[in-house]
Each structure stands twice: as structure tokens, then as C-alpha cells.
Design a binder for this molecule. Structure first.
Ligand code: NAP
Length: 295
């Protein structure tokens, strides 16, 4: 168990980009002795004014706390920063809040284990202004006892969920949610371009798009039932029906002189299932074109 009470557990944050600064600020606001480090020293300004301690050098930053939160740009910057400091990491838990692939997480975790340090994979589903606020959601994976030991500190950043023993799993959750987000935005860009041909602004389109998509997103629960049961039998809104809607969207896009590639991509996912003889099944069967691309 953590020797410190939940508000006094010291924490170190490596990396003070917009996200690292937000993480450190939330720890300071939560009353944690917070040590920060950035490769260009003397730039921790407001954080120091609010009570954080800027370590003069990396090893001092790492040695200041049992929990070291790493929020750097990417895996290369993590390697560049941690490699020279390997000997100071022994006995500490590194919570990796840098965006990693699952493979990156496993590799860095194995490297840390060689140096006597523990690894907790992390993923931030929030932008810096959300950190420490309602709606900020973080996923962690790796040994459950590490999460439990540091949970009270990590909860300062937002709702924290442990999603599995494999250190790479949190990165997979992050990637899955980001994939959904980017596809949703591609739909917004397409819709804005389409309606833009009538001189309607993207801002006006957003006022219709947001409530419509929020309402539609709840249908993911119904889609999940088909996917989890592996049974796409339905008597409403078949693949054939939805494919004709997608074809209509592609056709109108071409008529209006904009690129049809967003709806054409979704139509292709449906077409593959129709060609395999599943036209009467639920449109959710398009999932199979992605999950099992070779059938
Ligand atoms: N910002 C977001 O909305 C958001 C949301 C979710 C997740 N994340 C993830 O959080 C991580 C940090 O995001 P951020 O927005 O704070 O990114 P950022 O602006 O790129 O800052 C990252 C930090 O990494 C440092 N850095 C980069 N290369 C380095 C190197 N070779 N050696 C030492 N330090 C190095 C930068 O230092 P300098 O300032 O000295 O260049 C900076 O302090 C990323 O992995 C990002 O994907 C961000």
C-alpha cells in the first residue's frame, strides 16, 4: 500500500507540454507534492507559482516520487528521456500517459522491468482543459495492484478505470475511441461540405449535426447486441436498405461536386457483406468487413 495518504502522495510529472502542464496542475490542486521536469529548465512558471517544484535535473525529478507520470510527445522522446536515467528508476512506478501503441507499451514495460521499475499503461481521453474536471476519462492497464496503490493520486486527473493486466490494453482502448472520433469528424466534414454547396456555414451545420449525432450515437448499444451475439438477423433496416441510402449520399455528393469518399467507404463495407450473400441482415454486419477482412 502507498505509505502516503491520498492527498500527500508525492508525484513527479516528466514533460510539460499542454497535457503535462494540465496533469501537474491537477496534482498540485489536489494537494500532492508535485515535482515537474522539462527538458528546457526554468519554464514551469505558473506551476511553480502554485506550489510545484521544478527539479533541476531529470534524476532528481525521478527520485522525488514513487510515482512518475510520463507525458512526453511520443515513444522516441520517452526513450531519449528515460534511457540516460535508467538507474534512478528502480523501485518506482512509471505511469505512461504518452500516447503509445500496445507494442510500445509492452516494450517499454519490459525495459523498465530490467531496471527494477514498474509500468502502468495509461490513456487520456480528454483535452488539457478537461483534466481534473467532470468528463475527463483515463484508462490504465498493467498489474492491478499498481493501479490500486496509486489510484487516489491518478483520480485527480479524471475518472480512472483499470481495463486489464496487459500493459498495452489501455493504448488499445484509446486507439479504439480515437478511431470512432475521427470517423465521426470525417462525417461532419463531409456533411459540412455537402451543405456548404448551398452556402450554409459549417457553424450552422454544426447546430443540426451535434444533436442529431448525439441521438444517433445511442444506437451503438443496439449495434453492440448484434456484434456480441454474432447474429445479424433482422426484419428492419437491412444491409440492402442502408446500402441504397449510402448510394444516394454518394450520388448527391457527386452531383454537388464534392468528394464522395466518406460515404463511399461505408458503402464498400456494406457491399462486401452483400456480395457475400448477407443483404437481408442488419447493416451492423458491416462490422464483419472490418473485423474479419478476409471473410
Ligand atoms: N494535448 C492533448 O489534447 C492530448 C490528449 C490526449 C493525449 N495526449 C498525449 O499526451 C502526450 C503529450 O501531449 P502534449 O499535448 O502535452 O504534447 P507536446 O506539446 O508535444 O508536449 C510533449 C512534451 O514532450 C517534450 N518532448 C518532446 N520531444 C522531446 C525529447 N526528445 N526530449 C525531451 N522532451 C521532449 C516537449 O518538450 P518541449 O516543450 O521542450 O519541446 C513537451 O514538454 C502526447 O503523447 C499526446 O498524444 C495529448
Amino acid at each position: 500500500m502507498n505509505a502516503h495518504s491520498s492527498t500527500s502522495a508525492p508525484v513527479t510529472v516528466l514533460g510539460l507540454g499542454p497535457m503535462g502542464r494540465a496533469l501537474a496542475a491537477a496534482f498540485v490542486a489536489g494537494g500532492h507534492p508535485t515535482t515537474v521536469w522539462k527538458r528546457t529548465p526554468g519554464r514551469a512558471g505558473e506551476l511553480v507559482a502554485n506550489g510545484a517544484v521544478e527539479a533541476p535535473e531529470l534524476t532528481a525529478a525521478i527520485e522525488a516520487s514513487p510515482l512518475v507520470v510520463v507525458c512526453l510527445f511520443d515513444k522516441e522522446s520517452v526513450r531519449e528521456v528515460l534511457a540516460p536515467a535508467a538507474s534512478s528508476l528502480a523501485g518506482r512506478t512509471v505511469a505512461m500517459l504518452t500516447t503509445f501503441t500496445p507494442a510500445d507499451a509492452r516494450k517499454v514495460s519490459a525495459w523498465l522491468a530490467e531496471h527494477g521499475a514498474d509500468y502502468l499503461g495509461g490513456a487520456i481521453m480528454a483535452v488539457p482543459t478537461m483534466i481534473g474536471q467532470p468528463g475527463s476519462q483515463l484508462f490504465y492497464s498493467g498489474p492491478r495492484h499498481l493501479f490500486d496503490t496509486h489510484r487516489a493520486t491518478l483520480e485527480r486527473l479524471g475518472t480512472s478505470k483499470h481495463v486489464g493486466a496487459d500493459v498495452g490494453t489501455s493504448a488499445l482502448y484509446e486507439t479504439a475511441l480515437l478511431s470512432g472520433m475521427y470517423a465521426m469528424f470525417a462525417g461532419y466534414y463531409h456533411g459540412a461540405a455537402l451543405i456548404g454547396t448551398a452556402g450554409v456555414s459549417a457553424a450552422e451545420f454544426a447546430t443540426y449535426f451535434v444533436p442529431f449525432i448525439q441521438a444517433m450515437a445511442t444506437a451503438a448499444d443496439g449495434a453492440a447486441e448484434f456484434i456480441d451475439q454474432g447474429d445479424y438477423t433482422t426484419d428492419v433496416q437491412s444491409l440492402e436498405f442502408n446500402r441504397s441510402v449510402l448510394h444516394h449520399i454518394v450520388h448527391v455528393s457527386e452531383d454537388q461536386g464534392i468528394s464522395p469518399e466518406v460515404p463511399a467507404m461505408v458503402r464498400e463495407l456494406m457491399d462486401r457483406q452483400i456480395r457475400a450473400g448477407h443483404g437481408a441482415d442488419s447493416a451492423t454486419r458491416a462490422y464483419e468487413s472490418i473485423a474479419h477482412p478476409r471473410g
